[in-house]
Design a protein around this ligand. Sequence first.
Ligand SMILES: Cc1ncc(COP(=O)(O)O)c(C=O)c1O
Length: 384
Amino acid sequence: MGSAELIIDLDHLGHNFKVLRLASLNLPSFAVIKARSYGLGAVEIAKYFEKNFPVAELPLFCLARFEEVEVLRKAGVTRDCLVMSGSHSHELYENLSQRDHLCFSSLEDLQLFASRKTSKNIVKAHLHFNTGMNRLGLSPSLLENLPEVIQLLKSCSQKGMVFEGLMSHLACAEQERVKMSDFQLKSFDKIVSALKLSWPSILGAFPKWIHLENSEGVAHDVRSSNITAIRPGLHLWGIREDTSTPRAKYELKAVACVRGRVRQIHELKSGDGIGYGLSHICSKETRSATVNLGYADGLLRQAANSSKLGLFIDGKRAPFLGRISMDLCSVDVSEMSQVKVGDWAYWICAEQPLEKIATELQTITYEMQCSLGARLVPVYKGAS
Ligand SMILES: Cc1ncc(COP(=O)(O)O)c(C=O)c1O
């Protein structure tokens, strides 16, 4: 009898994982489950994937920081994990296990590693190249002095670095096959080919994992024959960035649904006000439902000002009345005489998908979904 729930459909998650792989002609897929699986639960989602998809299909999970990997390990998750953007330190290197991979995104990262006192444990490295996003990544211009780079990689190798991957990240993948993605792919291909040509055997095997595509990269086939894995996040959850993003060529199924219970009903007269600041004054007799959903549950306050959004009860939209507060909001159920205390009112649902809300509130689905997990009780349904 929860007050509010975040329902997570694991069958839909499995469907989305499969269609993404199909779209990439069955390349292995890393699952990007950073930020607690974009708000849907770190451990539960990792365990679902681990149980339902073999290493050949899902070789590793992508996280942003090592702290996120530690949470998974403590909970018994054993699949390899790649730390994509967390800061480096000698202490971090010492704590990595053979199941942990680490992105090296700058010369400083590599130099720090080469200055390691010990080579006690092996560290699996993915070299991240900046192909135009200018957020993280080694500069491609480094390759103009390839012998020096190879020398640095040799020093790293002597301190226990094993080269597992080469990667880059797309800046504008959501736009329809834009020139920038083509440019980045070409630049990445050049880097991969140059390294392949001069990779000395002393560094061990050439990196197995060559990866670039996020979800929209997969949708727009930003891929070459060099690529050996995809790296999607958002589309796993069955959502696109916003409604302006062209539909993916595969069918996605929304994974998350948010609902809260009707807590109280009020029969109000014309002139009565509702909620903090009494910002809504009824202009006629109004039946209002107070619902267990507020901004602490990811119901953004700005939603109250939208004439298009509301909560859905029995498939019908109930518009917001007054301000959304931390734990509660009020909606107009004047036309829904059947609504009673204990009924479910839906915020994110088939009638009002995340993309629609994000577009209406001028934000993006990433931000909205990441904010869901703070307090809502997750309820996982479908295959476990
Ligand atoms: C480096 C990196 N790779 C892959 C992804 C997954 O991207 P998307 O969620 O758009 O599929 C992200 C997401 O932020 C990322 O930062």
